[in-house]
Design a protein around this ligand. Structure first.
Ligand SMILES: *[C@@H]1O[C@H](CO)[C@@H](O)[C@H](O)[C@H]1NC(C)=O
Length: 458
């Protein structure tokens, strides 16, 4: 019952949970054609990209500008690219520790893609030294086992530094007989274009229904109700862009500009949704026509934070999980997201407090109790929404198999849809306002309930 008194501690727990989950969450790579520059790198293992292969997959690798420093004539068989699953990698580490092998490339648990000793041209009969080639171009099928694989470069020569530009594309063949048609989305993400399209239609229907309600109940509609329509429309466009973006990536490996539209609508959707939650939380336009100073401050803080979150989102999506700074951006995004989620709860808590005080003083207990109940419900539902779309969905990502990655997207989107529907239903424009249709019996019962409520509070 005592939502307001427990809230600071609850917010702390929520924030901690979000951070804990984020640190264990390893991203879902937007598999597409990737570029990465390796500069004078000494690391023995450099991961590039991650991809879920079906039974029939393939990869294409263009490496250029290969150069070595640190050792004069390195043994190139100690360098190369391979594919490995996470499980296999743990066993490889064990093999290395037991000195069964000296280099990950020697393990029979990984799929060797390219060993750098192929770089050296075969010795020619005349004995004239031939310059070593500095680029690789290879395209090969990966048909061994389906699974979530990581493309890794191994350098088993401790003081050798490697520089190169790597372009990699990992893909599946939707039709094993037709190798001209490639699908660049990972196995678990291949249905996402369809999922987003279906959701687009759901939100379009929701927007149409809401518009119809607004027209029918024009006289009891407040400004906030028109704002809600805008939020739903933006969400629908955001989903449409995401569907197009994903389906282009699926077919061609790159987004062809749809990602830019997607980011724009993501930003607008993010800002408008948070603004809406805050405005409803403050009771703006249906309880009072103005915003208090502190409520304006929350709004002024959340909008620029959403901009930061969006910039971080772009950086996360456009690089892979193994890019430099990826983890930093991820942390920035999560931190900002946690702050925004906590910030939107404050106006609701303030409203609940105000309503409680008003109920005690102005004698209209029943009216205030109804509003109080509504705001408490809203508070709980906002928390559930935040908790579900952040913590539960990320937890789902970690526990589901790579093939069912889309299920966590569906779960998160259904949770969001339920939140939109709940908000719309609870705060719909009323033909007759129930707050004013209350008789004396209700009034007495409410005063009684409020007294009980106070006792619980203490
Ligand atoms: C590799 O190079 C070839 C030829 O230049 C090009 O057609 C192909 O798209 C490149 N692949 C990647 C993954 O960059």
């Amino acid at each position: 019952m005592a939502a307001e008194s427990g809230s600071p501690r609850f917010l702390l727990v929520l924030a901690l949970a979000l951070i804990a989950v984020s640190s264990s969450w390893i991203g879902t790579a937007r598999a597409e054609i990737r570029e990465m520059e390796v500069k004078s790198d000494e690391r023995s293992i450099i991961p590039f990209d991650e991809f879920g292969f079906t039974r029939w997959g393939g990869l294409e690798l263009n490496v250029s500008g290969i150069s070595f420093s640190g050792i004069d004539s390195p043994d190139l068989s100690q360098l190369g690219f391979f594919l490995s699953t996470r499980d296999a990698w743990l066993h490889v580490l064990q093999q290395l520790q037991d000195h069964d092998i000296t280099c990950a490339l020697q393990s029979d648990l990984v799929t060797l893609v390219y060993s750098f000793d192929s770089l050296v041209p075969p010795p020619n009969p005349s004995g004239v030294p031939v310059a070593r080639s500095t680029s690789i171009r290879l395209s090969q099928d990966v048909t061994e086992h389906p699974g979530q694989f990581t493309l890794v470069f191994a350098n088993c020569l401790p003081s050798l530094r490697v520089s190169m530009d790597v372009r990699s594309a990992l893909f599946n063949y939707p039709d094993p007989a037709d190798h001209s048609h490639r699908a660049y989305l990972s196995a678990g993400a291949a249905v996402l274009p369809l999922v987003y399209s279906v959701l687009f239609f759901a939100y379009a229907a929701l927007a149409a229904a809401w518009a119809a309600i607004l027209i029918r109940r024009r006289r009891s509609a407040f400004r906030i109700h028109y704002f809600m329509l805008a939020v739903v429309v933006l969400k629908a466009f955001n989903l449409l862009c995401e569907a197009e973006d994903k389906s282009y990536i699926e077919r061609t490996g790159s987004a062809h500009g749809w990602d830019v539209l997607f980011y724009i609508f993501s930003f607008l959707k993010g800002v408008s949704l948070f603004t809406l939650i805050i405005l409803i939380g403050t009771g703006w336009s249906f309880l009072k026509p103005y915003l208090q100073n502190r409520e304006k401050k929350v709004l002024m803080a959340v909008i620029p934070l959403q901009l930061v979150a969006n910039i971080a989102q772009v950086a996360i999506d456009e690089s892979g999980p193994y890019a430099r700074d990826w983890a930093t951006w991820k942390q920035v995004f999560l931190l900002v997201d946690v702050i925004c989620c906590c910030a939107v709860l404050f106006p609701i808590v303030w409203s609940i407090k105000n309503l409680r005080e008003a109920a005690r003083t102005d004698g209209k207990a029943a009216v205030n109790l109804m509003k109080l109940t509504l705001f408490r419900q809203y508070y709980i539902v906002v928390i559930c929404y935040i908790y579900f779309t952040r913590v539960v969905v990320y937890a789902l990502v970690t526990i589901t198999s790579y093939r069912y990655l889309w299920t966590s997207v569906v779960a998160g989107e259904l949770g969001t849809l339920a939140f939109y529907v709940f908000t719309g239903y609870k705060f719909r424009p009323e033909a007759h306002n129930p707050y004013f249709a209350i008789d004396d019996d209700d009034e007495e019962a409410a005063a009684e309930a409020l007294k009980l409520d106070d006792e619980f509070e203490l």
